[in-house]
Ligand binder design. Structure first.
Ligand SMILES: [Mn+2]
Length: 388
């Protein structure tokens, strides 16, 4: 993709201009970002998903048993018969993992790092329904898929913005409306992190949310230091060979803080470990139970491919890769694997090809390391046999 090329999805902006002027900075409304868009999933099908044990779903009723009542799925068939006519919404997470046509939306956002992308949540709302005024800590693209939703945009919020007293939902106690649009099918709204927004259904409507993942500083520090600790020998400790006689022996002095700082900085200052950790962290699956994997031998895999089998990425898997001085690193399902440099071109295939089969895989199956890798990815569940 040429980064300077105008994109209809971005209202004629290039990826470059969008990233420079809007990404993480200000909202962008694009009318007819996907002209003639028709939702490949109906409201009934979405409700059907919410009955499934494996699917994460929530219902929010503005005037339920409590204000903004939150219920967690899976729901029962009769749940929907008992809901009021208006002012409720159903949220279903990771619909892209269950409906391939929904996953297709992510392809349009190839100009953004795949590993930054979260799953696609779909919300269905009865007239007047919504989740209340709130802000999110991450970027989101909101695609209107069916019906109409009014979006009101407020100021940038932070941890000091007053919230309603609610056990589970972070709903803003005050909302100042600064902008307002009604989105129709095919319209797209980009919102940067922390911007207050309030969506309400004008009629029965469905909205797709493509959110982005941004680990918090607290997550990065705690998870990376846990990872790092496994590589740090017990002998590596606080040291003070330059210790001076104490004035007051109870006082912790500034030089102790400096020594600690040095110890921390020296331990953190390993780019290769940081990259290894980050790739593993960002490819951890949201639903690990969906990565079942299957037992297969290398010979079995070769036979299956020769017999016409197709492999595809498991929609629940997350893949990424990086390059270090020793060769390419593949991250899959929270694990990393260092590969021989000659396997570099295979990574593009594994991460991006719609399917893997005899034509694009044959040469690789003759390479023992590649064959082992592909077999491992099947066993681990990142790849699976596709039915067509
Ligand atoms: Mn939101």
């Amino acid at each position: 993709m040429v980064s300077g090329q105008p994109l209809q999805l971005l209202g004629g902006l290039s990826a470059q201009t969008f990233l420079r002027d809007y990404w993480q900075k200000k909202p962008l409304l694009v009318r007819q970002a996907i002209p003639g868009f028709q939702s490949p999933i109906s409201a009934d099908e979405l409700a059907g998903l919410s009955l499934e044990e494996d699917v994460e779903s929530r219902l929010i009723l503005e005037q339920g048993q409590t204000p903004w009542e939150l219920r967690h799925g899976p729901f029962a068939e009769d749940t929907y018969q008992q809901l009021p006519e208006s002012h409720w919404t159903l949220l279903v997470q990771a619909v892209d993992q269950w409906v391939p046509e929904v996953a297709g939306l992510k392809e349009r956002f190839r100009f953004l790092p795949q590993w930054r992308m979260d799953d696609i949540m779909i919300s269905y709302a009865a007239p007047g329904g919504g989740v209340g005024p709130h802000y999110d800590n991450y970027d989101v693209f909101l695609l209107q898929a069916q019906g109409h939703r009014r979006w009101r945009i407020g100021p940038v919020c932070d941890g000091s913005s007053p919230l309603l007293d609610h056990p589970d939902l972070r709903i803003l106690a005050e909302f100042q409306n600064e902008d307002e649009w009604v989105l129709a099918p095919g319209d797209l709204l980009y919102l940067p992190p922390c911007l207050a927004h309030f969506g309400t259904a004008e009629d029965e409507c469905m909205t797709w949310s493509l959110g982005f993942r941004a680990p918090s500083a607290a997550e990065v520090l705690t998870h990376f230091s846990d990872f790092l600790a496994e590589f740090l020998p017990d002998e590596q400790r606080y040291t003070d060979p330059d210790l001076q006689p104490a004035g007051d022996s109870h006082k912790i002095t500034g030089d102790a803080v400096l020594r600690l700082k040095t110890l921390i900085q020296q331990s953190l200052d390993d780019d290769r470990l940081l990259l290894s950790w980050f790739g593993q962290f960002m490819t951890e699956p949201r639903y690990p139970e969906q990565l079942a994997g299957q037992e297969i031998s290398e010979a079995g895999l070769r036979r299956a491919i020769a017999d016409g089998a197709l492999l595809a990425r498991n929609p629940a898997s997350r893949l990424a890769w990086a390059e270090i001085d020793l060769g390419p690193l593949l991250f899959a399902g929270g694990q990393s694997r260092l590969l021989s440099p000659r396997l570099g071109p295979l990574l593009g295939l594994l991460c991006s090809a719609p399917a893997l089969y005899a034509d694009n895989l044959a040469a690789w199956l003759e390479d023992p390391e590649a064959l082992t890798l592909i077999t491992e990815l099947l066993r681990q569940g990142s790849l699976e046999f596709a039915s067509e």
